[in-house]
Design a protein around this ligand. Structure first.
Ligand code: FPP
Length: 253
């Protein structure tokens, strides 16, 4: 007897639509580019280039499935410690991604935001980033957060500094600071927290991503290396999420 055929991406999308209630915000740690390249006896930047194609497919899948926010961890603060040749390759891929995709992102209604310590970007990467952010700022079909030069702890320290400055200036009373005051000073101030975090390549770590925001996020670890991840795998993760019960520390209904 032959094994039943794997459902196609469109079939999975159909199931998501029937089930309804997609997550508002999906965050992804895109991992495994290096291993994907090594399996092919190719240098690591080759894996990142293939990873860029996966980004395109997943963004389309996010639009099609009706997500509100897609957050992609593209480059961490720790990634600055990688060999210069790899950093250069990643920065030029970012420029290339924007040059290739900006028009389509704009036409598909995607609003791009770049979150992180952008002062460290090369001038060329910074100007590409500013361009796509400006060109898509009026879109509202999907919000695409690209986290670049980002670290969760650094984001929390930055929020604490902003709070301290406001307290020092008399705009806030320290004892009255609330979680909402803190949240408003994060890069993601105007975003719902992620409902679902996907990490590819089988690694089971948060890796300093969205530490505050992921307090109640559901985790989905995919064994697939990022360059092989696409809308089909995104839909599988969403369907898995739709079958979970989220309790936020409470008991079942
Ligand atoms: C982790 O894989 C991936 C990265 C550090 C970079 C992610 C970049 C892309 C997906 C391509 C560019 C993206 C955009 C948005 C232009 P790894 O290198 O740590 O893989 P490994 O764990 O197998 O070594």
């Amino acid at each position: 007897m032959t094994a039943p055929a794997e459902p196609t991406a469109d079939e999975l999308l159909g199931r998501i639509r029937v089930q309804g209630g997609v997550p508002r915000h999906v965050a992804i740690i895109m991992d495994g580019n290096g291993r994907w390249a090594r399996e092919r006896l190719m240098p690591r930047p080759y894996g990142h280039r293939s990873g860029m194609k996966a980004v395109r497919d997943v963004v389309e899948g996010a639009v099609e499935s009706g997500l509100e926010v897609l957050s992609l961890f593209a480059f961490s603060q720790e990634n600055w410690q990688r060999p210069p040749v790899e950093i250069t390759a990643l920065m030029s891929l970012l420029e290339e991604y924007i040059a290739r995709e900006a028009d389509e992102l704009r036409d598909r209604g995607v609003r791009v935001r770049i979150l992180g310590d952008l002062d460290r970007l090369t001038p060329a990467a910074a100007s590409a980033v500013n361009r796509v952010v400006a060109e898509t700022e009026h879109n509202d079909r999907l919000r695409l957060n690209l986290f670049i030069s980002y670290g969760g702890r650094a984001e929390l320290v930055r929020a604490a500094q902003l709070l301290a400055r406001d307290a020092q200036a008399g705009r806030l009373v320290p004892d009255e600071i609330t979680e909402a005051d803190f949240q408003r000073r994060l890069y993601t101030a105007d975003c719902p927290d992620p409902d679902l975090l996907i990490r590819t390549s089988g690694e089971q770590r948060i890796s300093n991503f969205l530490l505050w925001q992921m307090a109640y996020t559901e985790l989905f670890i995919s064994p697939v290396l990022w360059p092989d991840f696409g809308r089909r795998e995104l839909y599988e993760a969403i369907l898995d999420y739709l079958n979970r019960e989220r309790r936020f520390g409470r008991v079942s209904a």
